[in-house]
Design a protein around this ligand. Structure first.
Ligand code: UDP
Length: 398
């Protein structure tokens, strides 16, 4: 079953309405930056398109204030893990995606977060629950038993999503790209309605009224419009590799300016801030920022790990990627996805990275081709389509 969704343009909300607002609960977790960014994307888009017709609230029962302490203790290990021992993540990811282990994990998490979810249902009485973290799909379907709410799983992984995104009791699933076979993801039974809308990105990446064109973005950061600018980011946690990539570019042979966003990795930020670039080159280092689109708009190319969120955002802006690493497990297929789409190049070593940056600097035709590839791969309407689905479902159950 697929619910027909049309994208009203201009936005659907009108000043005059008498029905009480639809209620949407967004379930997410701050493991990395991608789940939170897509959650924000849906909140913004619901408010933009539907105004007073909807109220939405986000709940993080894994790492947020509502999380039971033992759960938060385990979930918060994600950051240190991807920074210091990402190789552990692959076996963990694949091991927990084997049928019985996956079911056991789902049952354990469902039990562990039952209380905050029950409280959220009692308090917000949602019409739709949109789930933006794979470990929360099973708990959401359990929490809505006997309740009218519809459950939508919004997959925020690209290449090889974990099977927990697919749950037989979820009503709908929003997928980021075609060809994501649930079998490959290890799920045994289908979710009812599947929609290929793309990965929701925030309005700063899609709204011409908010986004900055290149020269303005550079002026804002004090960067010279004539220089070649490489931005470096290793996801929300500032994953392993980010420091190495940044150093190789700052001190490497290619004459480039470097913009590094370290995310929540404060130690990395402090270390890189001490680097002195060669004369004539600029280095800007920041911690976690909320204006990623403005920074990415200032860059000619983005060096990153194969995070689904940043890939979708770069594509929405038409910014070419140099994919220099990936988290084993769910990010394994993302680098091929970028290369196949013609949206960027993959590099295997830090030396290759410096060489690839130099090559792009020297080859405007190649850079232009990658920019076009990125643009073609972009799904800037993903958040709008997903919120339209949510509102269609909310109207169905009211
Ligand atoms: N991000 C951000 N500010 C930062 C660093 C990262 O908003 O300082 C966002 C970035 O724009 C993207 C997300 O964090 O939306 C990273 O998601 P991705 O899926 O690429 O990797 P993750 O951090 O989830 O592993």
């Amino acid at each position: 079953m697929t619910t027909a969704v049309t994208r009203p343009d201009p936005p659907a909300h009108s000043a005059a309405h008498s029905v009480p607002p639809a209620r949407v609960l967004l379930l997410t977790a701050d493991t990395g930056g991608g789940h939170r960014a897509s959650t924000e994307a849906l909140r913004e888009e619901l408010a933009h398109r539907y105004g007073a017709q909807v109220t939405s609230v986000a709940l993080d029962p894994l790492t947020g204030p509502a999380a039971p302490r033992p759960v938060a203790g385990i979930a918060r290990l994600y950051g240190p893990l991807v920074r210091h021992a990402p190789f552990v993540w692959g076996p963990l990811f694949h091991g927990t995606d084997i049928g019985p282990v996956r079911r056991l994990l789902s049952a354990l998490v469902t039990r562990a977060v039952r209380r905050p979810l029950a409280e959220a249902f009692a308090h917000h009485d949602p019409d739709v629950v949109a789930v933006l973290h794979p470990l929360l799909v099973a708990p959401a379907t359990a929490a809505r038993r006997g309740h009218h709410a519809r459950v939508v799983s919004v997959v925020t992984d690209l290449g090889r999503p974990h099977g927990t995104w697919w749950h037989p009791d979820a009503d709908h699933l929003v997928a980021p790209r075609p060809g994501l076979a649930r079998k490959a993801a290890g799920a045994s039974r289908p979710t009812a309605g599947e929609h290929l809308f793309g990965l929701p990105v925030r309005r700063q990446f899609t709204d011409p009224g908010v986004s900055l064109e290149r020269d303005r973005a550079r002026r804002r950061l004090g960067l010279d419009p004539g220089r070649f600018v490489v931005m470096v980011n290793g996801g929300g946690e500032g994953s392993r590799g980010t420091g190495r990539w940044a150093r190789a570019l700052v001190t490497g042979p290619a004459d480039v300016d470097v913009l590094v966003v370290c995310g929540r990795n404060e130690r990395l930020r402090r270390r890189l801030a001490r680097l002195t670039p060669p004369a004539g080159r600029r280095l800007i280092v920041t911690g976690f920022v909320d204006d990623m689109a403005a920074r990415m708009s200032a860059a000619d190319v983005l060096v990153t790990k194969a995070g689904p969120g940043i890939i979708a955002e770069a594509a929405a802006l038409g910014l070419p990627l140099l994919v220099a690493g990936h988290l084993p497990g769910q990010e394994a297929g993302n680098r091929e996805h970028v290369v196949r789409a013609g949206a960027g190049l993959a590099v295997d070593s830090t030396r290759d990275l410096a060489a690839a940056a130099g090559r792009l600097r020297a080859d405007p035709v190649l850079l232009h081709r990658l920019r076009e590839g990125a643009r073609r791969a972009g799904r800037p309407d993903a958040a709008a389509l997903t919120t339209d689905l949510i509102m269609t479902l909310a109207k169905e159950v009211r």
